[in-house]
Structures are given as C-alpha cells and as structure tokens.
Design a protein around this ligand. Sequence first.
Ligand SMILES: NC(=O)c1ccc[n+]([C@@H]2O[C@H](COP(=O)([O-])OP(=O)(O)OC[C@H]3O[C@@H](n4cnc5c(N)ncnc54)[C@H](OP(=O)(O)O)[C@@H]3O)[C@@H](O)[C@H]2O)c1
Length: 265
Amino acid sequence: MEKKKLGIIGGGTMAYAIAAGALAKNYLKAEQIIVSEPDAEKRGRFEACGIYAVSDNVRAAENCEYLLFCIKPQTFSAVAAELRGRHLPALISIMAGRTVSGICAALGDSALSVARAMPNLPCSEGAGATAVAFYGCSREEKGFVLGLFSAVGAVLEIEEENLNAVTALSGSGPAYFFLFLQALVRAGVQEGLSLEQSKRLALQTCKGGIAMVERGVPTETLIASVTSKGGTTAAAMERFKQEDFEGCIARAVRAAARRAEELSE
Ligand SMILES: NC(=O)c1ccc[n+]([C@@H]2O[C@H](COP(=O)([O-])OP(=O)(O)OC[C@H]3O[C@@H](n4cnc5c(N)ncnc54)[C@H](OP(=O)(O)O)[C@@H]3O)[C@@H](O)[C@H]2O)c1
C-alpha cells in the first residue's frame, strides 16, 4: 500500500473533527488519510468521506508519514505495546496528560519526533483553539502539524510545560462557556422570559460581545461602556464583585490545571 500522509489511531469525536476539517479546507484529500478504529460504525463515518478505515493499529501506523493519536490517554499503554519496536513516523498526540517523554518511553524510542497538541471541541465547527509543543520535529514536520490544526481553527505554538495551563483554559474552556450561557438563559427565564426568548437573547449577546472584543477594544473599556453609574449593569457588577465571580473562575481554572498535572505521565 502506498503510504498515506496522515494515519489516525482512534476514530472518535476529535479524530473525525480533525479529519473532516482537513478535508473541508482541502488541506488533505480523503485518499491521503488512514484511520484505525475498532468500532465498525465509527469506521463507517470515515468511509463515507472516502477515508480508508481499518481496525488494525499497526497497519495504520506503518503506512503513514504522520501518526496522530486520538485515543483516550488510558488506552495509550495498550496501543503503545502493539506499536513498540516498530518503525514509526513523526507522531502527533492530542491525548490529555500524556507527556512527550512518557509517549517516547511507552513506544521504546527516545529519538521520535513528537508534536503534542491540545485542541478543543469547537474544532468540530472549524473554530477550535489548539496549542502545540514540538519535540525533535523538523521545520517541515512543524509546518504540517500547524497546517493540520489551522484547518480546524486557530493554532498557537507553546512550550510543553505550559500545556497543563492550556488544557485548563482552552481545552476544558468550552464547558465553562456553555455553563455561563446556560446560567444566563436560566436567569432570563427566572425573570419571566420564555426559554426560546432567553436563549436567543443570551446567545446573541455573547456573539455581539465577541465581535466587539475582536475589534481589539480592551474588555475593561467595554465593561465601562455598558456600566453607567447607579444603573442596572452597575447593580449586577456589584453583585458579581461581592460573590467574587473572577476569583471563582480563577479557582476553577486552577482546579483543572491541578488535575491535568495529576494526570500527567
Ligand atoms: N473531546 C475533547 O474535547 C478533547 C479536547 C482535547 C483533547 N482531547 C483528547 O483527544 C483524545 C480523544 O478524545 P475524543 O473525545 O475524541 O474520544 P473518543 O470519541 O472516545 O475517541 C477515542 C476513540 O478511540 C477508539 N479506541 C479505543 N480503543 C482503541 C484501540 N485500542 N485502538 C484504536 N482505537 C481505539 C474508541 O473506540 P470505542 O469507542 O469503540 O472504544 C474511540 O472511537 C483524548 O485523549 C482526549 O484527551 C479531547
């Protein structure tokens, strides 16, 4: 079999998002990808896009130029045991908590090129945020990896030591945003709006806010321009201050980072 550009181990949510994004942006053609996934139904999703899908990890690993690990961190040891001692291509991992040194040790080869990335769920909408740390990668390998994640959103190169902070901010961050939006919608309902009305208004408020921030205006300035002295926003802001809203967010992000540190191996 002619070598594919990209091999993917694990054909779940993130793998599908990344592969579909790479196809949608014409970064890769379907015939340049091979996926290994045990579940036939999940393989079918890739096959429907024209991607070659197999159930044999070794076959995928040995027939590609870049191997992307999209399995759960806890599945990695078993997969590494299958791949240990084989000639492996440049590696890309999105597994939370699996360090470059841990990946190399499990695969029994310390001379591997590894890109360790932390994407997030909005990659499935082409609006992801990915941070990536490189170890032993050539310029060409870095370019390929940055291009791959650019196909599903924004990408930032960082040092591996900062990946736990990235995990706590943008990796887990979509859940914080959904929680905030959900709370805002529920509060609107409590104030007498219908669920539909509250959802539409809350979502459009978030979208409008993002558009303003993206123009480059500092958030402090934007807050000040909504908050007139003695007004309604000021009453809400005072309550946020009393309840230490900012401190609560900082403590939540710290808890996620601490958990990422605990899970690192
Ligand atoms: N989801 C996120 O928001 C997110 C964000 C950043 C990073 N990540 C990281 O991305 C990775 C994948 O997450 P995900 O959400 O895409 O998980 P997922 O949907 O569960 O995908 C993992 C896939 O791997 C398959 N698999 C299980 N054992 C396997 C084996 N031995 N060989 C090959 N494939 C195997 C699973 O198949 P079965 O289901 O049939 O077992 C599943 O389809 C994780 O390491 C996670 O830390 C996820």
